[in-house]
Design a protein around this ligand. Structure first.
Ligand code: SAM
Length: 279
């Protein structure tokens, strides 16, 4: 995941990020389950070791995790078994390019699959899906626009896409605050939001750029917001104190929903979260 402005705050800040995205997703899941009258069918692209997938499966939804890392998928499988949700979690090894085999919105498969040599099967990509999650992945795929188009293609009509990406402006501030002004300028002005060729992250995003990408995939954006706007700027001790943590969460909520200031503050999120819908 993206870099931290203040390493000592890492544990607390990461939990806060999960809180903000999780709260939005939990509301969405309740609404969509009510709309559909059944648990959701979910695809988690780049779902890694399955923190999100196991949570969703615990709520009764059926989740397929598509990830290129066999180690991550092995951890996911163990985690799902330990949580007693293995029957609702499917691990599929593959990457964004595998999405062409995930079935189409009319419920058909493209029929290319008879299984693969590593024991995984394209047929396990049993789309279309009611919800697709793509968290922390668009930064690293070869072509984010193509990935979003493919994800849109495996959504049911009316289905939702949840995307989180690393925020460019937070990385500008992080570098400026430590005096690395050349890197700050590069992150701000480069096409890909990188600090230079040694930057470990292939790209970062800003709110207008993410909006354009989602528009380009033909998706209607319902929610677009920075998350963890201030979490890396406050002292770690504050984030470790449960009472002040509550105060922080209220501040973060206000910063990202304020009718006049959210547009500015939200753009500073260490991560950006979008929820979009297939028309
Ligand atoms: C930063 S982790 C994010 C994990 C999880 N989604 C989360 O939010 O915590 C990125 C994940 O993307 C996976 N990944 C890397 N390249 C990918 C690709 N081309 N297509 C799909 N997933 C990819 C990695 O294996 C890893 O699990």
């Amino acid at each position: 995941m993206a870099e931290e402005r203040r390493p000592a705050a890492r544990a607390g800040a990461a939990a806060l990020r999960t809180h903000a995205v999780g709260a939005t997703l939990d509301r969405l899941l309740v609404d969509e389950q009510a709309r559909l009258g059944r648990p959701l069918r979910v695809l988690d692209l780049g779902g890694g070791t399955g923190g999100l997938a196991v949570h969703l499966a615990g709520l009764g939804h059926a989740v397929t995790v598509l990830d290129p890392s066999p180690d991550a998928l092995a951890a996911l499988t163990r985690r799902a078994a330990e949580a007693g949700v293995a029957d609702r979690v499917t691990a599929v090894q593959g990457d964004a390019d595998s999405l062409g085999h995930a079935g189409t919105s009319d419920g058909t498969s493209d029929g290319t699959s008879d299984g693969t040599s590593d024991g995984t099967s394209d047929a396990a990509l049993d789309g279309p899906y009611d919800l697709v999650c793509c968290h922390g992945v668009l930064e690293v795929v070869d072509d984010p626009a193509a990935t979003l188009a493919a994800l849109a293609g495996v959504l049911e009509p009316g289905g939702r896409l949840s995307v989180t990406v690393a925020g460019r402006l937070a990385a500008v501030l992080a570098r400026a605050l430590v005096g690395d002004l050349d890197a700050a300028l590069a992150v701000l002005t480069s096409d890909d939001g990188r600090a230079g060729s040694a930057d470990p992250l292939p790209r970062r995003f800003d709110l207008p750029g993410l909006q354009r990408l989602l528009d380009g995939a033909g998706l209607a954006v319902d929610h677009l917001q920075g998350v963890r706007v201030l979490g890396d700027l406050v002292p770690a001790a504050i984030l470790d104190d449960p009472r002040r943590r509550e105060a922080y969460l209220a501040l973060e909520e206000a910063a990202t929903t304020h009718p006049e200031h959210a547009a500015v503050l939200g753009g500073l999120g260490a991560h950006l979260h979008a929820v979009a819908r297939r028309a």
